[in-house]
Design a protein. Structure first.
Length: 283
């Protein structure tokens, strides 16, 4: 047996937690489990001598401890490739525009973004490309609207959705679902309702911690703060779309993650209505 390379130990509020990023398991464990895993990593044969049978079984079943001949990384890459090449559900990520109303300093697209929207010719090419991916085994079409800020290209989203439905989904009897990655500034309840009618069921909105940190890093072009407007939109739209809040975390703002979660879930009453998760920011 060996320890999974995807284990993470987390000490929080006096509790010792064990998380496996591959199996996505999270368990509240004691010091004895940490010690047992240390012994296993050191090569001890009796690493589990102080553990109960049920605890040992949980460590194995949840993937914290695996067989010596298991190569998790290779298996994970194979699973990802299998999903990527599958034709059962055709998934496309589409940017109706690269334009954005934010001036985030770490944006990979740079400060000067082209303001053009997707042209009629390109939209026709996208629909033809999607149609060409359909096989006899295809059961669904999944679209992720991306950008730039995709809400600046609502007209293109509407046109492409209608074309996908009329040219591909309806005549071929496919299931259709879409999601959108947005900065949330323009996601009013009215826009959320329009998106829902266009088949969008999920949206990802990014915050960079509490208002103090967020407004220093995710501001409108010109420097105007955005936190309050985004949070207001989340509150107003969370019963229309399934919203997940991605929190960019780095050394500068990491201490604001937990206060932000408490603010959203407890003060604003969004617990159970909106999911919140951290994402490491690399520049």
């Amino acid at each position: 047996m060996k320890v999974s390379r995807y284990n993470h130990r987390i000490a929080h509020d006096g509790r010792l937690l064990l998380f496996n990023a591959y199996r996505r398991g999270l368990h509240d464990v004691g010091e004895s489990v940490y010690s047992a895993l240390d012994q296993l990593e050191a090569g001890a044969e009796n690493w589990d001598s102080e553990l109960s049978d049920s605890t040992r079984a949980t460590l194995v079943e949840a993937g914290y401890v695996i067989e010596d001949d298991v190569d998790e990384h290779t298996t994970l890459l194979a699973e990802r490739e299998s999903l990527r090449l599958s034709t059962e559900v055709i998934g496309l990520t589409i940017a109706p525009t690269i334009d954005c109303n934010f001036g985030c300093p770490y944006c990979f697209e740079g400060a000067e973004k082209p303001q053009e929207r997707m042209s009629e010719q390109t939209m026709s090419a996208v629909v033809n490309f999607a149609r060409g991916l359909i096989t006899e085994s295809t059961r669904g079409l999944s679209i992720t609207w991306f950008g730039g800020e995709p809400l600046l290209g609502m007209s293109q989203i509407e046109q492409l959705t209608h074309r996908f439905r009329s040219a591909i989904v309806e005549p071929m009897g496919l299931h259709y679902a879409a999601s959108i990655v947005t900065n949330g500034y323009g996601l009013t309840r009215k826009i959320a309702t329009r998106l829902r009618d266009l088949g969008v069921v999920r949206t990802q909105i990014t915050l960079d911690g509490t208002a103090e940190y967020h407004n220093q890093r995710r501001f409108r072009i010109g420097g105007h703060p955005t936190f309050d407007r985004i949070v207001e939109n989340i509150v107003e739209s969370c019963d229309v779309l399934r919203i997940s809040v991605r929190v960019n975390v780095d050394e500068e703002n990491r201490e604001s993650f937990v206060p932000l979660v408490k603010y959203l879930q407890d003060e604003l009453g969004l617990k159970g209505k909106v999911s919140v998760y951290p994402a490491m920011l690399r520049q």
